[in-house]
Design a protein around this ligand. Structure first.
Ligand code: FAD
Length: 417
């Protein structure tokens, strides 16, 4: 079976960044990425595709053009892990062996988890920014909307970019406010969770937009079934006594965010934690049981926000720890990830609330308050989202350039002695 010193599963935001970050530290490594897809997507751009700001093609590139020089591409999907053998099994039963393994296959969007959704998504006013081919349909629906009932849903956590369900709603409402449709429109946000946003500090500013747009908030409402041609959706709610009931809503358009889980081949593997996600240490990103395995990106069973911004900070930590464990350089301490994640909340066209936070919901703004006040809607933060972050992604993060992502290191425990 073929062997590589370092094998990376998945060539998404996390996988490519980890490869580039490794090579930026040590240029002569034997690395292979296992990635089945020809196309790589800049998913954070899909919110702006759905908002009529970006052309969809702006968010896609051929994977081959992003593969760092010297990295081998194994064009296949991983089906199973054999950590005791230092091997992964590809679909079709080919085996690849490794010295170190980095697991970054993202997460699974469970469209089938909502009854009736697959039959109607992309038609009958049912859309989602969570797919490249559907985000343009969001804009088509929003732009041509002439009033009625608009629903926006959010599934249970964790999901990637927890703010994206409401970003889609705010940009839609802003468009309707501009073209006079909002006053004839009933907008409702049906969220399976208990609050507008996981980090409470940002909620007051978001609530001002909820009020200004006249949005009805329905917490504890989980979408379970949809009938596109009949324009009806059903939600499961639970009352204080724990009794569940199903409530019905009519709609003229609905933006759906699908339930999200760990990929099946991770969930059923010895690498998973109880909830099915990759069981890595939240600080070192090394696997809890298998010290030659590391993980980053959406698959990780860590409590950070599942974002490309998180992967940008995780990649150098994984790279530093892999190289340390392989005996390169003089680094002895573990590199440490602080749980950074970021969610640029597009509250209207031209304004963003730039939520940046680490483990425990601790706010960690990158910019001084006079430039971008993270608690307030900001035009600067919009320009960052629209003009700067895409370039940071393509030209810095995926290339192993890390001006704002240098990892910190754990102090040795016996330092005082
Ligand atoms: P991905 O980038 O999804 O890559 C996973 C890769 O693994 C894919 O290339 C896939 O083909 C591959 N793969 C899958 N299965 C296998 C297999 N069996 N074997 C091998 N390879 C496999 N993040 C932000 O930072 N800011 C934002 O504003 C933001 N907005 C978002 C808006 C939307 C609508 C969406 C959908 C996402 C948004 N995100 C945002 C989240 C961000 O895109 C993800 O967190 C990020 O892409 C995660 O990187 P990843 O490498 O873990 O997964």
């Amino acid at each position: 079976a073929p062997y590589h010193d370092i094998v990376i599963v998945g060539g998404g935001a996390g996988g490519i960044s980890a490869a580039a970050s490794l090579l930026a530290r040590q240029s002569d490594l034997d690395i292979a990425i296992i990635e089945p897809a020809d196309i790589h997507y800049y998913q954070p751009g899909w919110t702006l595709v759905g908002g009529g700001v970006f052309d969809p093609t702006y968010t896609r590139r051929d994977f081959a053009t992003l593969l760092p020089d010297g990295v081998k591409w194994i064009k296949a999907a991983v089906a199973a892990f054999e950590p005791e053998e230092h091997a992964v099994i590809l679909e079709g039963c080919r085996v690849v062996r490794y010295g170190k393994l980095i697991v970054a296959p993202g997460l699974k969007l469970d469209w089938a988890g909502i009854e009736g959704l697959e039959e109607t998504i992309g038609r009958n006013g049912v859309t989602s920014n969570y797919r490249y081919d559907l985000a343009p349909y969001t804009w088509e629906l929003v732009h041509s909307f002439r009033g009625g009932k608009a629903l926006f849903t959010q599934p249970p956590m964790p999901i990637k970019c927890a703010g994206a369900p409401q970003k889609a709603m705010y940009l839609s409402c802003d468009e309707w406010r501009r073209n006079g449709v909002l006053e004839n429109t009933e907008v409702e946000f049906l969220n399976a969770g208990p609050s507008l946003f996981g980090v409470a500090d940002y909620v007051p500013s978001l609530m001002e937009y909820v009020k200004a747009y006249g949005i009805d908030l329905s917490f504890g409402h989980k979408l379970v079934r949809i009938d596109g041609p009949a324009k009806k959706a059903w939600f499961e709610t639970t009352d204080a006594e724990g009794n569940t009931k199903i409530v019905e809503r009519d709609f003229d358009m609905i933006h759906v965010v699908p339930p999200q889980t760990a990929p099946d081949f991770v969930r059923v593997s010895p690498l998973a934690n109880e909830a099915g996600w990759l069981d890595v240490d939240p600080a070192t990103l090394r696997h809890a049981k298998y010290p030659d395995i590391y993980g980053l990106g959406d698959v990780a069973g860590t409590s950070n926000a599942k974002t490309a911004a998180a992967a940008r900070k995780q990649a150098p930590v994984v790279a530093a720890n892999v190289l340390r464990d392989m005996g390169y350089g003089r680094q002895t301490a573990d590199a440490i990830y602080d749980g950074y994640g970021s969610c640029p909340l597009t509250v209207e066209r031209g304004k963003v609330i730039l939520a940046e936070f680490a483990y425990g919901g601790r706010r960690v703004p990158s910019f001084p308050k006079w430039f971008i006040d993270d608690l307030k809607p900001s035009h600067m933060a919009w320009l960052l989202k629209e003009r700067v972050l895409p370039s940071i992604y393509w030209k810095a993060m995926l290339k192993g350039r890390e001006p704002m992502a240098k990892p910190s290191f754990k102090q040795p425990e016996n330092e005082a002695a």
